[in-house]
Write a protein that binds this ligand. Structure first.
Ligand SMILES: Cc1cc2nc3c(=O)[nH]c(=O)nc-3n(C[C@H](O)[C@H](O)[C@H](O)COP(=O)(O)OP(=O)(O)OC[C@H]3O[C@@H](n4cnc5c(N)ncnc54)[C@H](O)[C@@H]3O)c2cc1C
Length: 307
């Protein structure tokens, strides 16, 4: 289903993000988690693209299988890093051939092994170039969307700012370029203080950005996970009250998990009270935290959260 139809049919949206596992055992664990999350009736799910395009086929296979088995709109992430125009063209063609309706168009993280990586050699330097290319592809009429719109397009937004552009005014110009190029929605980086999200949303509105902005939420599930999160989301703030709550748990992993879920639950409750367009859960391929948050909010599924 095209993302604009999803937003029109039932807002706010509730969506889940997965990453493609690399081993058979973790594939089975992922499908177990997905089956446990299915009763929550997500508006859509999304599948990440490994740094430097390292999961090109794995992402494709998971997207196609998840859509078929779960009968839910599945959105592949796609990044510019290490790709030629021809690469992107054939990836889009393959997704179009499988009836995939939307793409999350991203700049992308550089490959883990930086040796030999030359950013200047990438056909697309920024996500905006990818958005423009997808729009051009949409214009070619290759995509089977019944409305002739081609792929719906999502882009990333950073409530606390992206480390690559310290000038926040310039950064907003870059985001606006992606929207003007044809993005249909924005999904944000994780954040722990909702004020950052509300301020970002206001700044978007001032910049003339009027597409839905979906809030990215990642519950802290362990001390190690928190460290990894801090690394991956480069620049995310961990507010002192959150850190104090985590420190109080000492070495107790269950307590840390409980605190992380409680914090994320309160974030979601507050976002819903402030009419968020959607909440995107970074699940890390686990079901417990997301299911617990729904339960804490008194809902059996996404429909319940919309009451
Ligand atoms: C929701 C979400 C999902 C993600 N999923 C993945 C994933 O699956 N795989 C992955 O590898 N990474 C993923 N990332 C990480 C993301 O790719 C990186 O954080 C990347 O550095 C920024 O992506 P972007 O799409 O905002 O890039 P861009 O929009 O290209 O922006 C990157 C930087 O370049 C600047 N910039 C943009 N346009 C211009 C311009 N015209 N001129 C000069 N500077 C410009 C921006 O201000 C910013 O600082 C995800 C991030 C988010 C928020």
């Amino acid at each position: 289903m095209h993302i604009t139809d999803i937003f029109q049919a039932s807002s706010p949206t509730f969506s889940f993000e997965f990453f493609p596992p690399k081993t058979e055992a973790s594939v089975e664990r992922l499908y177990h988690a997905i089956r446990e999350l299915q009763p929550l009736k997500p508006s859509f799910v999304s599948v990440t693209y490994g740094a430097g395009g390292s999961t090109r086929d794995l992402t494709h296979d998971l997207v196609v299988r998840a859509r078929k088995e779960l009968n839910v709109t599945t959105i592949p992430h796609l990044t510019c890093v290490c790709h030629s125009e021809q690469d992107i063209q054939s990836i889009l063609q393959r997704y179009a051939g499988h009836g995939i309706s939307n793409i999350l168009a991203l700049g992308g993280d550089p490959p883990r092994d930086l040796a030999g990586y030359d950013k200047a050699a990438d056909a697309f330097q920024h996500a905006v170039d990818l958005v423009r290319f997808i729009k051009k592809f949409n214009g070619s009429g290759t995509h089977p969307d019944p409305g002739g719109r081609g792929f719906g397009i999502g882009v990333a937004g950073f409530p606390e700012g992206h480390p690559g552009t310290p000038n926040r005014l310039t950064e907003m110009d870059h985001l606006k370029q992606k929207v003007d190029a044809g993005a249909d929605y924005i999904c944000t980086q994780l954040f722990f203080d909702n004020h950052d999200f509300y301020d970002f949303r206001d700044r978007c509105e001032l910049a003339g950005i009027n597409i839905p902005i979906v809030a990215g939420i990642m519950p802290i599930s362990s001390a190690k996970g928190m460290q990894r999160m801090a690394e991956l989301s480069a620049g995310s703030r961990f507010p002192a009250p959150l850190l104090r709550s985590i420190h109080r748990c000492g070495e107790d992993p269950d307590a840390i998990k409980r605190v992380g879920i409680h914090w994320a639950t309160e974030q979601c409750r507050d976002l819903l009270d402030h009419h968020v367009a959607g909440i995107h859960f970074y699940t890390l391929n686990q079901s417990d935290a997301t299911r617990q948050i729904f339960q804490n909010l008194g809902a059996n599924d996404s429909g319940g959260l919309r009451q």
